[in-house]
Design a binder for this molecule. Structure first.
Ligand code: SF4
Length: 306
């Protein structure tokens, strides 16, 4: 790609990232005037991207809010502990590095070969809550993105028996903090590209030596595969998370099935009995045989609900 075109593409990506993060912040009222937002930075592409875009938005926001970047150095072997302080210092953002050797604790407690993640993340959560309190943070911002949210939804369905994703904004489990995920609308592929554009000093996430969660990896591959074969499908799934129809699910806590009664009034959202529900399904573009041009396919494939 020639340099001019590349610069144009990068500019478009930056605009898109700012727009999507801004949209999530507004939709969920994530950041308010006077907030002190603690941005958790791990050294991975997502949290670097989050901090970067939040700083851009902060510079042009009509309200004043503070950002404090926080990294927890868990003393994993080989963790290059100079990278983040140097990077954050260069950015000129307020930051705090918390050093706690959770690695040794986890190693001591968890038998060799067993997965360490649940204890490790529990310890990390406790430390980050304490740090947030000490820093007077009103919000804790995490770098989970759209694909993380969809992965969580599928994992909960497949293995947890729950229709439950990852919240864009929720009070922390100890009841003390508002946790926000401003990248909720951002596809992972945009963050991968942005990390290349910005040349973030990425710290590898395999230092702890823990095995990758195989199920999460499989679901991640499934989503990536769908995204390639059926462009638009992941966007649709994210939209679906914002358009829940409790009467068409089976959770009796969300809809009073036991007590509903016939009203005699027509209702568009009522049961259509034997009708097939046509579901628009995005399909990948095809090539026009005559012209060789790409034709965006917008076919509606009726899927019968028997
Ligand atoms: S991958 Fe390593 S650092 Fe991350 S939660 Fe698991 S044990 Fe902790």
């Amino acid at each position: 790609m020639n340099p001019e075109k590349l610069a144009h593409e990068n500019h478009k990506l930056e605009k898109r990232l700012c727009r999507e993060v801004g949209r999530a912040i507004v939709d969920f009222n994530m950041i308010e005037a006077g907030d002190r937002v603690m941005v958790c930075v791990s050294g991975g592409k997502d949290s670097y991207g989050l901090l970067d875009i939040l700083m851009k938005l902060q510079a042009r926001a009509p309200i004043d809010f503070e950002i404090i970047a926080v990294n927890l150095d868990q003393k994993q072997p080989g963790f290059p502990d100079h990278i983040l302080p140097e990077y954050l210092g260069r950015l000129g953002v307020k930051h705090h590095i918390e050093t706690q050797d959770t690695y040794s604790i986890v190693k001591k407690v968890i038998p060799e070969g067993k997965t360490m993640c649940s204890l490790c993340s529990r310890l990390r959560r406790g430390i980050l809550y304490r740090v947030a309190k000490e820093l007077g943070a009103t919000k804790i911002a995490l770098g989970h993105h759209r694909d993380d949210m969809l992965q969580t939804l599928f994992l909960n369905m497949f293995f947890g028996g729950k229709l439950k994703g990852m919240p864009a904004k929720l009070v922390s489990d100890n009841g003390e903090f508002m946790v926000i995920r401003p990248l909720a609308y951002v596809p992972e592929k945009d963050l991968i590209r942005w990390a290349e554009v910005r040349q973030f000093p990425i710290i590898p996430c395999t230092l702890c030596g823990s095995q990758e969660n195989l199920q999460r990896k499989q679901v991640g591959n499934l989503l990536r595969d769908w995204d390639k074969k059926f462009p638009g499908r992941l966007e649709n799934m994210l939209t679906a998370l914002q358009n829940v129809v409790p009467s068409h699910l089976m959770d009796r806590k969300l809809f009073p099935f036991e007590s509903i009664e016939v009203t005699g009034e027509a209702d568009e959202d009522g049961d259509k009995a034997f009708d097939e529900e046509p579901l628009p399904e995005p399909v990948p573009p095809t090539t026009d045989d005559e012209t060789g041009n790409e034709v965006p396919a917008r076919a509606v494939i009726p899927i019968a609900a028997h």
